[in-house]
Unconditional design. Structure first.
Length: 127
């Protein structure tokens, strides 16, 4: 009976402390497409979602963000490349859910501002 009022997520704000440091991390280390910069803000494209980096407007919002999960095609290769670029992973890629012929794998990491993110991929289970 009810229709969805809300659509897809269009933008996620990520709290940062040091814009030049965070800009370099997202652009150079993670390799996300840089869109534009405005005073105190930087914008990146992550698939269909735009990420906005900014300092917290109020002290109540001045803390690391929720965990964002990035889909990747090959989690082992993405982990290897990002670790080689200096990304601090909190754990190695590992299975967190078995769904019969495939498993969901996760590897979480910190950005330059101590926000937590994760890589996520489905991998076939070995026979």
């Amino acid at each position: 009976m009810s229709s969805a009022l809300l659509g897809d997520i269009g933008q996620i704000a990520i709290v940062i402390q040091d814009l030049p440091r965070a800009l370099a991390f997202y652009r150079d280390t993670l390799g996300l497409p840089f869109l534009f910069e405005a005073p105190g803000l930087a914008f990146f494209q992550a698939g269909s979602v735009r990420l906005m980096l900014s300092r917290a407007e109020d002290p109540e919002f001045d803390h690391p963000s929720s965990i964002l999960y990035f889909n990747v095609e090959d989690i082992l290769e993405a982990h290897r490349i990002l670790a080689g670029r200096g990304v601090r992973f909190r754990q190695q890629p590992h299975a967190v859910h078995n769904a019969g012929e495939r498993s969901l794998w996760i590897a979480d990491f910190e950005d330059s501002e101590r926000n937590i993110f994760a890589l996520m991929a489905w991998r076939p289970n070995s026979a």
